[in-house]
Design a protein around this ligand. Structure first.
Ligand code: FES
Length: 126
């Protein structure tokens, strides 16, 4: 398991952005909290494959119910990553398996972050 963040890291904005690895193997991740539950996604908008946020750890739309992409304002459900409004409506952020232990949130995927990052990049279609 790989440490993503501690629960208190989510207190300020409800979300935490982080990068695992470097270069071509870098995996950008966002961890979000809603109603006492936490979720993690690859931080890449399905529309143009860019990170969602403009300012560090600011991922929430004004309604506090969705993540928002700062590119073209796509809105994503917190619990599933489904895009419900915007140019990639119907697509989803890639959900990552996590486990919580002793106040911390860990990545709990069979693949390494580098493997996940490479697989994601192969899906980019431009
Ligand atoms: S890049 Fe995210 S909505 Fe366009």
């Amino acid at each position: 398991m790989i440490l993503l963040c501690r629960k208190e890291d989510l207190a300020a904005t409800g979300a935490k952005g982080l990068v695992l690895g470097e270069g071509e193997d870098a995996l950008e991740v966002v961890v979000v909290e809603k109603s006492g539950k936490r979720y993690a996604y690859i931080n890449a908008c399905p529309h143009q494959f860019i990170p969602l946020e403009t300012f560090p750890d600011h991922f929430f739309a004004e309604d506090k119910k969705h993540l928002i992409c700062s590119g073209h304002w796509a809105l994503f459900r917190l619990d599933t990553g489904l895009c419900v409004e915007g140019p990639c409506r119907g697509d989803s952020l890639d959900k990552l398996a996590i486990v919580e232990q002793d106040g911390a949130i860990y990545l709990n995927e069979a693949r390494t972050p580098a493997e996940i990052a490479r697989a994601k990049r192969t899906k980019r279609n431009w």
